[in-house]
Design a protein around this ligand. Structure first.
Ligand SMILES: Cc1cc2nc3c(=O)[nH]c(=O)nc-3n(C[C@H](O)[C@H](O)[C@H](O)COP(=O)(O)O)c2cc1C
Length: 394
């Protein structure tokens, strides 16, 4: 799912949405992609190549017949060394030329020399898009297995509303991540839990914890991207709901236990990245507890069901992976949890370490099984998600 060190040849044509491509370039670089950029002459009239050179930290090629050194034949070598060839925005003109094998500039010549599928992020005025010529050209390109990041409907630069808006940079980045993702979890059913639970005390108060849900959501998204069919059982979090994933929103540990129970038999792997509360109030006040009603406020807590222990000890075919967020004796505590709860793996992290634990985008984990301990350096939670999912690949 990572774009790290992926070499992307980016073709930029003369569409007004080129301004969004400046943002796209910045996002691709932040994700670790290595860019080479070809701009058409029309593109250079809208935005200076210097902008792309600076944002893309790379050389921008604009001309096949430029003066100066020709150490390599650029329209042949640029596509040859690319891991992917993306054209954004893809103008009607450039798509027409590529569909018909016309190679009259560096971009279209590179396209003719590219022997794999090109990705077109289409953008143009609605009438230009709906024109039968454009539609025929898109069909020709699709029939040849080229890929399309379809345009969105919205307000266009020509002040009309319709289809033809370039997909948002974030959508294009997601598409590129998906493009590079190996689909090695096709056919697997994966159940993921995420976030905290809330244990009510009265109608307006609850006991909870700092879990942000980021780890579980990252795992669910990565599993879906790798082809798994994913169900995410989530406590209350402030994260966007991922597309293409079945989601059950729950509140308490009891709710989470019941939701896991509903899917468990039909699951290949349960990944318990949630932080369910171990205790709940014995009695939930039906009305808000008032300061005036008591001079001493005490809550009697009782233990919740241990979800991961229950399902670890009731598994048949499932791989069960738990998490151990510890503040002391990380490895010893995690090993004992692995055994007690009959888990296949436990992902242990010391939440006191900088860059680890709740509410940050990174974590420092050790993955422990009964045979070995694998320590990882600080990594983005999305990268950790992939390391965890690698455990499920046959
Ligand atoms: C301000 C402006 C905005 C344009 N926006 C688009 C566009 O969004 N999509 C498109 O296909 N053409 C657009 N065009 C027309 C193209 O620039 C024109 O067809 C050009 O020949 C494309 O050349 P290229 O494909 O080599 O970049 C625009 C032209 C201008 C002047």
């Amino acid at each position: 799912m990572s774009l790290k060190n992926k070499k992307i040849l980016l073709g930029v044509t003369g569409g007004i949405s080129i301004y969004k491509v400046c943002d796209l370039v910045s996002r691709l670089i932040k994700k670790g992609a290595i860019l080479e950029i070809i701009m058409t002459e029309a593109a250079t009239k809208l935005v200076s190549p210097l902008v792309f050179e600076t944002m893309g930290r790379c050389k921008v090629y604009t001309d096949m017949f430029h003066e100066g050194h020709h150490e390599e034949v650029e329209h042949i070598e640029l596509p040859k060394r690319a891991d992917a060839f993306l054209i954004a925005p893809a103008s009607g003109n450039t798509m027409a030329k590529i569909a018909h094998g016309i190679a009259d500039n560096l971009l279209t010549s590179a396209a003719l020399a590219y022997d794999r599928d090109i990705i077109f992020a289409v953008a143009m005025n609605t009438n230009m898009l709906n024109n039968l010529s454009t539609q025929d050209n898109i069909k020709i390109l699709k029939d040849r297995k080229h890929k399309f990041i379809e345009s969105n409907v919205g307000i266009l630069a020509c002040n009309t509303i319709g289809d033809g808006r370039l997909a948002e940079p974030v959508e294009i980045v997601e598409y590129m991540e998906d493009y590079f993702t190996k689909k090695d979890l096709i056919g697997k059913k994966i159940l993921v839990t995420a976030g905290p639970t809330r244990e009510r005390i009265d109608p307006v108060r609850y006991l909870s914890n700092d879990s942000s849900g980021k780890m579980g959501y990252s795992i669910a998204k990565a599993a879906k991207a790798r082809g798994a069919s994913v169900t995410l059982i989530t406590g209350p979090v402030k994260l966007d709901k991922p597309n293409g994933i079945d989601i059950e929103e729950i509140e308490s540990t009891e709710d989470m236990f019941n939701a896991v129970g509903k899917y468990f038999d039909n699951t290949d792997a349960l990944i318990m990245a949630a932080a369910p509360s171990d205790y709940r109030a014995r009695n939930i006040n039906s009305n808000k507890i008032k300061k005036e009603d008591t001079d001493k406020f005490e809550i009697d807590f009782i233990e919740n069901k241990d979800i991961v222990k229950y399902f670890g000890n009731n598994k048949n075919k499932q791989i069960v992976i738990g998490f151990a967020a510890e503040t002391t004796n990380l490895i010893d505590n995690a090993k004992s949890k692995l055994k007690r709860k009959n888990l296949d793996y436990i992902v242990a992290n010391d939440v006191t370490k900088k860059g680890a634990g709740f509410n940050v985008d990174t974590n420092i984990v050790s993955v422990i099984s009964k045979d070995e301990i694998v320590d990882y350096p600080i990594m983005d939670k999305t990268e950790i998600a992939d390391k965890i999912l690698d455990l499920l690949v046959d």
